[in-house]
Design a binder for this molecule. Structure first.
Ligand code: ASP
Length: 440
């Protein structure tokens, strides 16, 4: 791939929460002339007790619509921006913007419009501070009338407008439909804007600046100070995110993955740190056997037994049909010769228990159905597992030594992951034992 010499840098809410953070962002942007397209979130929390501007906007809009006193919330929001402007010594005034916003709130412009103003105002502010052009994504990021994101049309419009500017700030999180109505992505959606801008300008790299060192090997709430993941593939990211590791919005992966653009998670507060690089291919010398360990609690295993199941053509089809007709997705399907189990979310199972059981009995005529309602899933992810001998033995020895009973094992044939089912009460013990055994 030929290099474009462009980096797209997205800065999260905590990276732009106050004037001090804005200064850090400016220093980062100016350090590398390739950082030409910048995506800001709305100002986030300055400390644990603080509120995010986006939350304040939702609140303010709800107060306006219900005819309540919205003014003090609007003032709080105004103050957040004014403090930054004053401390940075900028000549900018957002007063006329606030007048328009208040008017639009009173005219019930919609919740998505309200929420989007956090990024919009922060974009104007950051563009002014950096001396970059301001591009309103309402002109280029396209949604249909029902609020469904339109990727190809967006790419076309973004290419057209970004082609005319060398340096621009494009607020994250929102766009508009053809009639000009504002729509937002789901929460945390500025990550998605960063990815679609990176695609449009064919960036060499999509930098995602946040307030953590990168992806950690496992949940720091369970293992104290886990190691950071230096590099991982998009496939590994997908596995880990699916099992509960969150740093990046899930929808942010597709636009860049398709184009072979890597994502680099960086820490605004420690730009000297290496962060986590997510890319299509890992060089053999960077490969480690275990990239990460993640998991979730509260699954249900339904085990179905039927004599000579293995010889009955179409049995699995009918099994899956039972879940399809109830609109339930199955997580895992470990099987034996005359038994097969289906692992699914406990919450989904409980919401449709009767219907699922009825479908299974009608379609499969099983000899026996057993339900185990106490299962947590723990997944060990690592592309390197495939080429290292003895990982599985370390894996199971560690769990045995920790006294964890394994209820289910499912190893993908591509060996990117190995998932085990344990009792909910063993969840944390299993993660700690696996981390000790595999990550050192
Ligand atoms: N400000 C929005 C939120 O709080 C979007 C974002 O930060 O990415 O969800």
């Amino acid at each position: 791939m030929t290099e474009s010499g462009i980096k797209v840098a997205k800065f999260g809410g905590s990276s732009l929460a106050d004037a001090g953070q804005f200064r850090k962002v400016k220093a980062i942007v100016e350090k590398d002339p390739q950082r030409r397209y910048i995506i800001p979130s709305a100002p986030g929390r300055r400390n644990r007790e603080d509120e995010k501007v986006t939350d304040l906007l939702y609140q303010c809009y709800a107060e306006t619509v219900s005819g309540g006193d919205y003014r003090s919330t609007l003032d709080k929001i105004r103050q957040r921006y004014q403090e930054i402007i004053d401390e940075l010594g900028l000549a900018l005034s957002l007063e006329s913007q606030f007048e328009k916003i208040e008017q639009a709130f009173l005219e019930k412009a919609g919740e998505e419009y309200a929420a989007s103003r956090g990024e919009y105002l922060n974009g104007i502010l950051l563009a002014d501070y950096l001396g970059y052009d301001f591009i309103d994504p309402a002109c280029a990021v396209r949604f249909d009338r029902d609020g469904i994101f339109e990727d190809e049309r967006t790419n076309f419009f973004l290419q057209e407008c970004l082609g005319k500017t060398e340096h621009a700030v494009i607020p994250g999180f929102y766009g508009a439909d053809d009639a000009g109505n504002i729509h937002t992505f789901s929460r945390g959606g500025s990550d998605v804007t960063g990815a679609i801008v990176a695609r449009a300008v064919q960036a060499d790299l999509y930098e995602n600046w946040t307030d953590v060192p990168g992806f950690l090997l496992t949940d720091p709430g369970i293992v104290k100070d886990p190691k950071k993941i230096d590099v991982m593939t998009f496939g590994e990211l997908r596995e880990l995110s699916y099992r509960g590791a969150t740093v990046l919005h899930e929808e942010a992966v597709y636009p860049v993955r398709r184009e072979g653009i890597s994502i680099h998670i960086r820490n605004t507060n420690h730009p000297e740190e290496t962060g986590t690089l997510i890319c299509s291919q890992i060089r053999p010398e960077d490969m480690v056997p275990v990239t990460g360990i993640a998991g979730k609690k509260n699954f249900t295993a339904i085990s179905i037994a039927k004599n000579r199941m293995n010889a009955q053509i179409g049995f699995c089809k009918k099994l899956l049909e039972a879940f399809e007709e109830n609109q339930i997705s199955c997580e895992h399907l470990p099987s034996g010769i005359d038994t097969i189990s289906v692992i699914l979310s406990q919450q989904e199972f409980h919401s449709k228990e009767q219907q699922i059981m009825e479908s299974l009995h009608r379609l499969l005529r099983p000899d026996k159905i057993e339900v185990d309602d106490d299962m947590a899933l723990v997944t060990v992810v690592g592309k390197g597992m495939r080429s290292v001998c003895g990982i599985a033995s370390r894996f199971f020895t560690a769990l045995g030594d920790a006294g964890v009973n394994i209820k289910m094992i499912d190893m993908g044939s591509n060996e990117v992951n190995c998932t085990i089912g344990v009792s909910n009460r063993d969840f944390e013990t299993a993660i700690r034992a696996l981390y000790e055994a595999l990550a050192q």
